[in-house]
Write a protein that binds this ligand. Sequence first.
Ligand SMILES: Cc1cc2nc3c(=O)[nH]c(=O)nc-3n(C[C@H](O)[C@H](O)[C@H](O)COP(=O)(O)OP(=O)(O)OC[C@H]3O[C@@H](n4cnc5c(N)ncnc54)[C@H](O)[C@@H]3O)c2cc1C
Length: 420
Amino acid sequence: MTYNVENLPIAVIGAGPIGLSVAVNLIDRGFTPIVFEAGDCVASNLKKWGHVRMFSPWSYNMDPVAVSLLKKKGWIEPVLTEFPTGNELLEHYVLPLASHEAIAPHLHLNTRVENVSRQYHDILRNEGRKNAPFIVRTSNSEGQSDILVQAVIDASGTYQTPNWLGAHGIPALGELAASQSIIYGVPDILGLTRKQYAGRTVLVIGGGHSAFNALQDLVKLSEQSDGMRVLWGIRGSSVNNIVRSPENDELQERRRLEMHIQKLLDEGKIEVFTNIAIESINYENGKLILQNRSGQLPPVDQIIAATGFRPDLGLISELRTSFDPATQSPAALGPLIDPNIHTCGSVPEHGSDELSHPENGLYIVGIKSYGRAPTFLLKTGYKQVKSVTSALARKTESDAPPTADRATCGLLAANQNCSQ
Ligand SMILES: Cc1cc2nc3c(=O)[nH]c(=O)nc-3n(C[C@H](O)[C@H](O)[C@H](O)COP(=O)(O)OP(=O)(O)OC[C@H]3O[C@@H](n4cnc5c(N)ncnc54)[C@H](O)[C@@H]3O)c2cc1C
């Protein structure tokens, strides 16, 4: 059977803030999106860290095209200079957007994308490849389906694939067996998971703002709960550089958090362990014993791994992709965001060219586009989406003028480690 590929919808993988932005922008440009979301609600990753106060203000956190759509329906814009929590972003922006009559019919919740390929083409086959539709294999409670689409935009995030605690990028020996005592990401320490931490010795591992958030909440809990110890393990050799953001930082909430952690360190409320490189994790007498490169850490009850995230590239492994070998972001974007080389402030603008792959019609956007680099901001993602949807529109409307849309991460001052 032959298809007019351009009449097919465009698949969006993931209904996080960026996936929804893709849907809005595609509709705005006359395309039909089909959005697959693995969770039982939109933005189910965001919901997991909904208790965290964001360090970017409302003005950075919403897509302008989505905002104008919502405003037409009488939606009241939040105060743009205030800093929402993840839950507030969900409630006041993401959910109204997802339930908007223009978007809702295109959403398929509880539907996981398992694989993407090109119809009748495995990765090796050249002939007719360019014009073959993509095939998206989904699964939900009714079983598996194959859906044909003209293009695929992967906005599936990274929150579900955290980095390991192990020093070598692979699980530490015993890490998988200890999983019931390890939480990856930023747990709701003062809310849902309070009981798990109250009165316990808890070790946080990681040097970014997610670790800061966890430490802040653990110290607060320790003030209400006897017998707690808050331990912090970092890869670096000192904690001298906690307040990294400049005084006039646009992301003021980030600087506030850094200053608070510095204060807690000065007050001796956090025990710090430097040069952390975890080799193994074992249970002994009900406690976790971590073997570090330079010796054992004190026994602990719980570990919070704030060690960042990595992209799951498995679902597009039958497509012709090109990734930067270090960051695992699209090849042309990788060198621009590699934290070994660049600070966030020095990331040049980027757009559809840097986000594309040898497989014509495939794009990765949102936090997944940054691979393992920890510096992604929603504001950057919305610009990526504008550029990618504009490129798709140019492909179908050859007379459209070239776009100047470029995403930039120039929101953060240079010479900072701006990890989440
Ligand atoms: C603790 C924390 C704080 C942060 N704070 C900020 C901040 O202050 N400012 C800022 O700009 N950024 C912040 N970020 C970074 C980033 O903006 C967020 O992670 C944001 O949620 C990324 O949006 P996204 O849509 O790209 O991915 P996600 O929000 O992760 O959405 C991906 C969606 O895809 C779905 N999905 C995954 N796999 C599949 C599949 N196979 N099939 C179908 N669906 C799938 C998931 O269920 C999820 O709903 C923060 C991140 C974290 C973790």
